[in-house]
Design a protein around this ligand. Structure first.
Ligand code: ZN
Length: 106
């Protein structure tokens, strides 16, 4: 709840030092949401990661979601449409989060 309030205030809270929810270390963090689709021909599954994370985890989770998204994503009718949308929105989230963390130590 507190993080949602903080992020709506804007960039003032963007460079706050806080615990990274992935590696648990106290770092400069940004909140980011990644999505990927798992296509199973006639079914699909959405995987969402919403976390406050440091620069290192941001990068590794971004590539994990892009890699698995590309590999497991486009196997189905709807999946074929959804996968590129997620790849683009993930890139947008990644770029804006890494902008917030551009002065952070990796
Ligand atoms: Zn981390």
């Amino acid at each position: 709840m507190a993080t949602q309030v903080a992020s709506s205030i804007g960039s003032a809270a963007a460079n706050a030092i806080g615990p990274c929810q992935i590696c648990r270390s106290m770092r400069q963090t940004a909140q980011v949401t990644f999505h990927r689709n798992v296509g199973m021909l006639f079914a699909r599954q959405n995987i969402t990661l919403k976390a406050t994370m440091c620069k290192t985890c941001l990068k590794s989770k971004f590539w994990e979601f892009q890699g698995k998204g590309l590999l497991l994503g486009p196997w189905g009718m709807i999946s074929l449409i959804v996968t590129p949308i997620y790849l683009i929105t993930n890139t947008v989230s990644y770029v804006s989060a890494s902008n917030k963390l551009r002065h952070a130590v990796e």
